[in-house]
Design a protein around this ligand. Structure first.
Ligand code: ADP
Length: 237
């Protein structure tokens, strides 16, 4: 874990430099002279760089969590506010993929957890929902409180997951390859593993229901009274 953590840090610096120089190249007026083929090659370098940055960030996160070095800053907050911020930040990606993304204005449950980590969890779930929903589909986020638990659901009308893969998707580097659908953005296969650990560290649970070709519904829920897991590091002073 210490090795992974140092390696990820070492990789991040040059990767950000590659990404920064690519951006400069794209903005450079002289780049107009590039031909179609050169532009395509540059586009491929840029998307592979972004993919590598995502993988490195995910590896870093997972190694931090596994080493028990992730600090939780628990506080009481309005889950609706966090969900709204997540949905707003992902609207451009949803629009770009012609997916209708909505947060249902139903409830404003107040949760005691780490709002930054809840934002990360919801961002992972909503990004996945958008990623695995073909154009013309719908992603809906809903919040509520039932049976002493506060919950958030992310439902999509996407490609779905078959029964035998439902547990596997929470494993590290596990990706399900669909015969006809290729997501626009490649992931690391670590998103759901990180998400599940973050949920469980905060005393919550994550459940999924899905039907191939119809869509998926991921639900995270937390007891009204928080119980963080014993391996969560104490909150930062
Ligand atoms: P990835 O980086 O590949 O998205 P994740 O850990 O987030 O990795 O998800 C693991 C796998 O679970 C994905 O590769 C995908 O096959 C499946 N998956 C996750 N969310 C959804 C969803 N909303 N609809 C269909 N499949 C999904």
């Amino acid at each position: 874990t210490a090795f992974l953590s140092s390696m990820s840090h070492e990789l991040r610096t040059p990767l950000h430099s590659i990404s920064g120089f690519l951006e400069l190249l794209f903005e450079d007026p002289e780049s107009e002279d590039l031909n179609e083929r050169q532009r395509r090659f540059l586009g491929n370098i840029a998307s592979s760089t972004q993919h590598l940055i995502r993988v490195v960030n995910d590896v870093l996160d997972l190694s931090r969590i596994s080493a028990g070095r992730l600090r939780l800053n628990l506080e009481q907050f309005d889950l609706h506010g966090v969900a709204e911020a997540v949905v707003t930040s992902l609207l451009p990606i949803a629009r770009d993929q012609d997916v209708d993304l909505t947060l249902l204005q139903t409830a404003h449950p107040s949760l005691i957890a780490d709002p930054e980590r809840i934002r990360q969890i919801l961002t992972n779930l909503v990004s996945n929902a958008i990623k695995y929903t073909p154009a013309g589909g719908r992603v809906t986020v809903m919040l509520g409180q039932a049976e002493e638990r506060i919950f958030a659901e992310v439902e999509d009308t996407g490609i779905g997951i078959c029964e035998e893969d439902l547990e596997r998707i929470f494993g590290e580097f596990e990706q399900v390859h669909h015969p006809t659908f290729r997501p626009k953005l490649r992931g690391s296969g670590l998103g759901l593993a990180i998400t599940r650990k973050l949920v469980e560290m905060q005393g919550g649970r994550i459940e999924v229901e899905s039907a191939p070709g119809k869509g998926s519904r991921f639900r995270i829920s937390f007891p009204v009274e928080p119980r963080t897991s014993p391996d969560a590091a104490p909150p930062e002073e």
